[in-house]
Design a binder for this molecule. Structure first.
Ligand code: HEC
Ligand code: HEC
Length: 387
């Protein structure tokens, strides 16, 4: 990510110029799967966070909101909620935030050799203004057991990653049964954290690596597709700033990981290196933490229930210029579908939201039209969005 940081510094020096450019170039830009649209090409007033995709800029906003424990409108004018164009306008906090990005980059550069050691979260810790006084209550209370972002070495005495992954495959039904699951269509519901209602949802998945997930919202369909190489999110404008966002970097890797968890038989091949960390607990149950990593990608952590061997959590990151943006997926309610255990409920938590997906029906080995895994079309208007 040094590249991204360097780009940030360079463009920060050229703020006046890029501001004009941004205004002149916005609108009318298109993208291809190879070259996703950059944030500065789509948005009107991106001065510092340039050279990242539209989706990554949105991830960065989630990272900011989480770091300061604030809503979007803390750094944007009030009318922004409901009008994407208004996000381009500045308020005092937005201007401060830009200066903070430069400060953070400068500190990392001058004191940490350019390594991203300090982020918004390091100082803000979920607060508007960083605290200056040690907290005695915190000092004398029981420490929270935190798994590090990255497991840098195999924990002494821990079983091998192979052993844990093998137990997982066995717990799911064994290699042979898993191999016989070639595709599935699942139906159920999806509920966002701020949505009082559950929405109809469905998943089409084909081994080894294609998956599309659609939620029918009152404003139109929201679809995430991974075709084995590329990925996209199509959603109504109530949800995202452009109809179809191309996934890049950690978001694309995330889509790949989510898909490989649907067909875990070949999960071992998804990463070139595996490491087992110190044991941990989730809801008072003992878990083994196994990390998969590839060169130039953020590591992904898999948490397996020590007793059942089943996967209960995945934590993955999008590596943004401002920091690592985490996404956590908690799996539950494993049920048998023709000899293979499949989680029927999962909760996704990210810096910008949380959702619960519950399946009520999974049909194994159905023929799925290849078009289901193609780049999704812009969502149809609300009226035609029926389950
Ligand atoms: C801590 C401050 C902060 C928070 C919180 C924040 N933003 Fe931003 N946002 C910024 C800054 C700063 C920029 C401009 C970045 C630049 O100039 O490179 C920006 C730019 C944007 C843009 C591009 C606008 C344009 O057309 O130029 C959008 C869209 C946006 N933010 C959406 C959001 C959303 C949605 C949220 C809530 C999830 C959010 N922001 C939360 C600081 C923030
Ligand atoms: C080295 C510590 C540090 C880092 C890193 C840092 N901040 Fe800050 N930030 C501060 C301090 C200290 C203040 C309070 C300044 C003041 O009140 O004058 C502040 C204030 C702010 C404010 C104004 C809040 C208010 O209510 O006035 C915003 C917005 C902000 N920071 C955003 C960010 C963002 C976004 C990042 C990451 C890109 C970031 N900060 C990184 C230390 C930091």
């Amino acid at each position: 990510m040094t590249l991204g940081l360097r780009r940030t510094i360079v463009t920060a020096l050229g703020i006046a110029v890029s501001c004009l450019l941004g205004a002149a170039r916005s609108g009318g830009q298109t993208e291809s799967a190879q070259k996703p649209l950059m944030a500065e090409d789509h948005f009107k007033n991106v001065q510092v966070l340039r050279g990242i995709s539209v989706k990554e800029l949105m991830d960065t906003m989630g990272f900011f909101a989480a770091s300061l424990g604030e809503n979007c409108t803390f750094c944007h004018v009030e009318e922004s909620s409901g009008d994407w164009a208004k996000y381009a306008e500045d308020n005092a906090n937005k201007q401060t935030a830009r200066k903070m990005i430069l400060m953070m980059t400068a500190i990392n550069k001058s004191y940490f050799g350019g390594r991203r050691m300090l982020t918004c979260y390091s100082c803000h810790r979920g607060g508007e203004i960083p605290r200056v006084t040690p907290n005695l209550a915190e000092q004398y209370s029981a420490p929270v057991l935190e798994v590090p972002d990255e497991i840098t070495a195999q924990a002494p005495g821990a079983p091998s990653a192979d052993q844990i992954l093998e137990k997982y495959i066995q717990a799911l039904g064994g290699t042979q049964r898993l191999a016989s699951l070639k595709s599935f269509v699942a139906r159920g519901t999806y509920q966002g954290y701020d949505d009082p209602e559950k929405r109809a949802a469905e998943i089409y998945a084909k081994a080894p690596n294609e998956r599309t997930f659609t939620v029918h919202t009152p404003n139109g369909d929201s679809t995430t597709t991974y075709d084995g190489r590329a990925g996209w999110i199509a959603a109504p404008d109530t949800d995202q700033p452009m109809p179809v966002m191309t996934l890049t970097g950690g978001d694309l890797q995330g889509a790949k990981v989510d898909t490989s968890v649907s067909f875990p038989r070949s999960i071992r091949q998804v990463f070139s290196q595996w490491r087992v960390g110190l044991p941990s607990t989730i809801n008072d149950r003992d878990v083994q933490v196994v990390q998969g990593s590839n060169p130039d990608e953020s590591p992904v952590k898999f948490y397996f229930d020590q007793q059942s061997g089943l996967l209960v959590r995945v934590v993955r990151y999008t590596n943004l210029p401002v920091g690592l943006n985490p996404t956590q997926i908690d799996f539950a309610d494993y049920r048998d579908v023709s000899g293979v255990k499949i989680p029927f409920r999962w909760t996704v938590t990210w810096t910008d939201g949380r959702s619960v997906t519950e399946l009520n029906q999974v049909q194994p080995n159905v023929t799925i039209d290849a078009a289901k895994f193609a780049k999704p079309a812009p969502p149809a208007p609300a009226k035609s969005a029926k389950p």
